[in-house]
Design a protein around this ligand. Structure first.
Ligand code: HPA
Ligand code: ZN
Length: 321
């Protein structure tokens, strides 16, 4: 049943869909040597005890992405894989500062990703939005420089987000940057409450005024905050297999997805970084459906939320819901 439902994915870092086989192929093409002897050895390194351990490997892994064609191949591979899960709409994050910071121009990354998205739309009929994320472990000033570098592509972006190391980097530190993005007409999202406290979710919601909260797990510790999220109709993008891999939860049964649904929140299920966390969006939906023995109505609600919580315009949503 899950396989057949047309679905959207709203929380996917395209760099986190880099499968080990493609990483080796791109390393070879670019004359780079990976610090792993084989695909198996690389996969064996994918054991994390927290977000930072994952991020260290994630930034190292994306080092093979050098040319526009690399970003194109990466994006095509992701879209081909999710087409098999009957994904019909994607809202894709990427990390421009993680590329410009190692000498890969903004235009190389965004050019390859856009070509891949356009190719996937033709080939698989998958519609898309593209959302650059600011790296929160870097200063807000650096984010302003990324926003300036993004200017030639403003009309290709739906919004801006905030990701990377959460602890010690509250959304409030980026309030001016997001206010500028809002002035420019962009939608806003923030990773919040994945490892950080409920107050980071509150800051994202109230001080930044986000349109969507990425993860949001720890919002469930504060019922006033839950009420506020529900009243504002702000969607949450939950990523159960990511949470399990990063030890945010000890079992899928501890995922907040069911409690969020029961609290009347617009919660969606997503993969985050499928290559690193062992599952694409279909696998994530199946994992929560199994863990909670979800009814068909609950599964359908999750999938409907993936469109309701998207940045598609109201007409498009009405057509798909
Ligand atoms: N959290 C924060 N930053 C990220 C993640 C995540 O799960 N994936 C890629 N960047
Ligand atoms: Zn994420």
């Amino acid at each position: 049943m899950i396989d057949r439902l047309p679905k959207a994915e709203l929380h996917i870092h395209i760099e986190g869909s880099l499968e080990p086989e493609l990483m080796f192929r791109l390393a070879g093409r670019n004359g780079l040597k990976l610090p792993y002897a084989s695909v198996e050895e690389l996969k064996a390194a994918y054991r994390f005890s927290n977000l930072q351990e994952f991020l260290d490997l994630y930034y190292q892994g994306m080092n093979v992405l050098r040319e526009e064609e690399d970003f194109f191949d990466l994006t095509c591979a992701y879209l081909e894989r999710v087409a098999a899960d009957n994904v019909v709409h994607v809202e894709v994050f990427f990390d421009p500062q993680a590329h410009t910071g190692r000498g890969v121009p903004f235009g190389v990354a965004v050019g390859g990703i856009l070509k891949g998205l356009e190719d996937g739309e033709i080939r698989h009929g998958i519609t898309w939005k593209l959302i650059p994320n600011f790296l929160r472990h870097l200063p807000e000033e650096d984010g302003f420089r990324a926003l300036e570098a993004a200017e030639p592509w403003y009309d290709r972006f739906a919004g801006f987000g905030l990701d990377s190391s959460e602890r010690g980097h509250p959304p409030r530190d980026f309030a001016r940057l997001f206010a500028r993005c809002r002035e420019l007409g962009f939608r806003l999202c923030c990773h919040a409450g994945e490892e950080g406290p409920p107050d980071y979710v509150r800051q994202a919601l109230i001080e930044i005024g986000v349109d969507r909260i990425d993860h949001g797990n720890r919002a469930m510790e504060d019922m006033d905050l839950v009420r506020e999220i529900a009243e504002r109709g702000v969607a949450l993008t939950s990523c159960p297999l990511s949470n399990l891999s990063l030890k945010v939860i000890d079992s899928v049964g501890q995922s907040p997805v069911k409690r969020m649904l029961d609290a009347g929140l617009c919660v969606t299920v997503n993969s985050d970084d499928p290559s690193y966390f062992g599952g694409y969006v279909g696998d994530n939906l199946k994992a929560v459906a199994d863990a909670f023995d979800l009814s068909k109505a609950d599964v359908v609600a999750l999938v409907k939320n993936s469109f309701a919580g998207s940045f598609l315009d109201d007409g498009e949503k009405a057509r798909r819901l």
